[in-house]
Design a protein around this ligand. Structure first.
Ligand code: ADP
Ligand code: MG
Length: 138
């Protein structure tokens, strides 16, 4: 059993696809074990995306992530890190497979609707960044 962090980014909330994203998780037997809506500060977004601090898009990305409400969730299931990434689709929505969340709803490489952890170590860091253990259902 694995856990991963999912975020419905501010563009996803703005576009009104919170329900649709969650529907896809549930339809794919992915269990939500923690969930809340937050408005990230710029500093919080910078800390979350610290691995990208030297990338050219770091400043606009962290502006975007702190621009409005986002929904953060902990997902649980077998192989859920990879399965969530599959449902999300490629970072660039133009390269994302048909039927993926990003292909269906994103309109920009940066504003791409969802975040998902990419490995067990990043999932552990990212879950701990937003949730304490009392907020995660066991
Ligand atoms: P992913 O979210 O698919 O794991 P990355 O970890 O590479 O992708 O990048 C983190 C986020 O940074 C992306 O989801 C996207 O919002 C943004 N991003 C990535 N690459 C670019 C880019 N070339 N230009 C603008 N924003 C980008
Ligand atoms: Mg990533």
């Amino acid at each position: 059993m694995e856990r991963t962090l999912s975020i419905i980014k501010p563009d996803g909330v703005e576009k009104g696809v919170i329900g649709e994203v969650i529907r896809r998780f549930e339809a794919n037997k992915i269990k939500i074990v923690a969930m809340k809506m937050i408005c990230m500060t710029k500093a919080q977004a910078q800390g979350f995306y610290a691995v990208h601090k030297d990338r050219p898009f770091f400043d606009t990305l962290t502006d975007f992530m702190s621009s409005g409400p986002a929904v953060v969730m902990v997902l649980e299931g077998e192989n859920v890190i990879a399965r969530n990434r599959e449902l999300m689709g490629a970072t660039d929505y133009r390269k994302a497979a048909e039927g993926t969340i990003r292909r269906d709803f994103a309109t920009d490489i940066e504003k791409n609707i969802v975040h998902g952890s990419d490995a067990p170590e990043t999932a552990a860091f990212e879950i701990g960044y937003f949730f304490n253990r009392f907020e995660i259902m066991s």
